[in-house]
Design a protein around this ligand. Structure first.
Ligand SMILES: [Cu+2]
Length: 133
């Protein structure tokens, strides 16, 4: 019965390691809520700043920080979105549109001045804000 014993030790070790990794991932998700980090949705590529917001059951992240006075595009991503976050309004730039249920809407914001840009669903239930600094 040597081989089965070895096999069960190996399997046991694999299970313990897998459980350990699983709890670490769980712990990491608890300790680092995604909402807390907004910088990850802002990137500058080839001199253009892209701010990405997900729209589904509201907008996320709700608060973002970006640089003012550089060419900026807002990307609003939908993915099987059927709620009113599809009805996007950005009053300060006179923008209003019903987005497609799955896709990416690219909105040219020009070179935003310092200040806060706010997006809302058409009835004002859901919102997001981007602080340009
Ligand atoms: Cu709404």
């Amino acid at each position: 019965m040597r081989i089965p014993t070895t096999l069960s030790i190996v399997l046991g070790t694999v299970l313990v390691v897998a459980a350990g990794v699983g709890s670490l991932v769980l712990l990491k998700n608890i300790l680092e809520p995604k909402e807390a980090v907004s910088e990850q949705n802002v990137e500058i590529r080839d001199g253009i700043q892209y701010v990405t917001i997900k729209a589904r059951g509201g907008y996320s992240p709700r608060q973002s920080r970006a640089q003012a006075n550089i060419p900026t595009r807002l990307i609003v991503k939908t993915n099987g979105t059927y709620d009113c976050s599809l009805a996007l309004v950005i009053r300060s730039i006179g923008y209003q549109k019903i987005l497609s249920q799955t896709g990416e809407e690219v909105i040219d914001l020009g070179n935003p001045s310092p200040g806060t840009l706010q997006g809302l669903c058409s009835m004002g239930m859901y919102s997001f804000a981007i602080a340009f600094e």
